[in-house]
Design a protein around this ligand. Sequence first.
Ligand code: TRP
Length: 347
Amino acid sequence: MFVETARPIILTGDRTTGPLHLGHYAGSLRNRVALQHTHRQFVLLADAQALTDNIDNPEKVSRNVMEVALDYLAVGIDPKETTICVQSALPALAELTQLYLNFVSVSRLERNPTIKDEIQMRGFERDIPAGFLCYPVAQAADITAFKATVVPVGLDQSPMIEQTNEIVRRINRQIGRELLLEAKPLIPSTGRLPGVDGKTKMSKSQGNAISLSATPNEIRAFVNRMYTDPNHLRASDPGIIEGNVVFTYLDAFDTDRAVVDELKERYRRGGLGDVTVKRRLEDVLQELLKPIRERRAAVSNDLGYVLDVLRSGTSKARAITQSTFDELRDGLGLFSLGRITGDRPAF
Ligand code: TRP
């Protein structure tokens, strides 16, 4: 019985703006599949956060809740081990966010390096939606509501964890005890996966990504388009590994280190063509994505089951997040009416 509570708690999530891609897999999904057996894991379909920069297209955000859920099940997130829940159906997260906003300054929000990058990428300038600027605070609510101490995310999300921990310390100081817990990001050792062009990280909006449901032909075309060493014109020329996307991917996905090391060595020396390395990578990716694609297709045929998974996960998450909000309300000494008519039912 105590085993359950002794497991460290994980909370992580994804914006529901489109199906997930290989960058998500390397950055976080792979870790989640591995960690679900040793941790108590919660995964959030972050539709409310997705609205912060997609308010002109709520239908897209809503439609992709199921798509991302399918990706989760396809990669092997097991609903018996992991609680999958829908963010917008957890009102306590919004209530916590509202409280937490009082513990952060606007200038601190504007200093967040990921937010800065995203503002620039989206061309918001001063017209940034307030909800977008504040989403790191909502993310702090997500993490702390579940009392999570481990957050498996990509490198670009680590400023969110720093922001979370600052809020945690301020609130605990205000309350006078360690009610909320600080969290640690769990960042994959492979680092950030570049897109096919090698310029920026993989991202659907940059058109350089490959989705987890890609067909064999799409996988092949994706590998063929990959940026290599532009000066490696003939197979006999010595080539450069650094910044060579094909090798970055082999490092991230090929489990046979010895083969990869040997390919690198031959490529550097000269005598190994891009085509050979690309075929190796294609094989690795075809093998990785085939079972994911097949499982996705199978689960897509039973959307009733997926909905049941989300219903029961969200229901469990409601109780947990609500109880954190209640503790905080008591801790801060907010006025309480006790139970009144019209209280929300448990689900
Ligand atoms: N910001 C994350 C992303 O862009 C999604 C997310 C929402 C999240 N809430 C979270 C990640 C809580 C970790 C923890 O994909």
